[in-house]
Design a protein around this ligand. Structure first.
Ligand SMILES: [Zn+2]
Length: 194
């Protein structure tokens, strides 16, 4: 066991497996998410539930199906999103890489009776073929990318460069995404304008 694994709090013995049609892969750039079956633009790639943890700097040790192996992975602030005083993450979403021209986008799933967010669906933004990477735009659901800000080298025409959540986008870009961002990002954005 590494030091980081030693310090992490175990999150049960469960082995987290990606949903059907999705594979977590380890490559030279670390972990990434890929489709294993064809998905058309606009179709749901998978649905997942968020796991909520305290925003107290703790790390968690989980067992994850990566390719054909089970790996022990330490969940840190890099994998989580600050959300109304806590942090959330999910398998497989926390292993999805960012792109400024992503192959997918998330959509909240609401409980019809309470209106509360109970899950999310990851929707393909273009036709995907087995092996294609599932990427998303972190800035749409992460207000400040606390703990995982970075400089993007995705190479797309509209690459933002610095990724520091929705708050780091220029006002014109923020306006363009109005109506597409997550509830918490919307709430924080609203807060800065009032
Ligand atoms: Zn980029």
């Amino acid at each position: 066991m590494s030091d980081a694994q030693d310090r992490a709090h175990p999150l049960g013995e469960e082995i987290f497996t990606p949903p059907p049609g999705v594979r977590v892969q380890r490559g030279s750039g670390g972990l990434s998410l890929h489709v294993t079956t064809p998905v058309r633009a606009g179709e749901v790639i998978y649905r997942a539930h968020e796991i909520t943890i305290a925003d107290d700097g703790r790390t968690y040790l989980i067992h994850v199906q990566v390719g054909d192996e089970v790996e022990d992975i330490v969940i840190t602030s890099m994998h989580t999103v600050r959300y109304m005083g806590v942090r959330t993450f999910d398998i497989p979403g926390c292993f999805m890489n960012h792109s400024c021209d992503p192959t997918s986008v998330s959509r909240d799933v609401l409980d019809p009776s309470t209106g509360k967010v109970i899950a999310y669906e990851q929707i393909a933004t273009r036709n995907l073929y087995p092996g294609d990477e599932i990427t998303c735009d972190y800035t749409l659901f992460d207000w400040d990318c606390d703990g995982h800000q970075f400089h993007c080298h995705c190479g797309s025409d509209g690459c933002y460069g610095f990724i520091g959540g929705f708050r780091s986008l220029d006002p014109a870009t923020q306006q363009r995404f109005q109506g597409e961002i997550y509830y918490e990002t919307e709430r924080m954005w609203h807060h800065t304008r009032t």
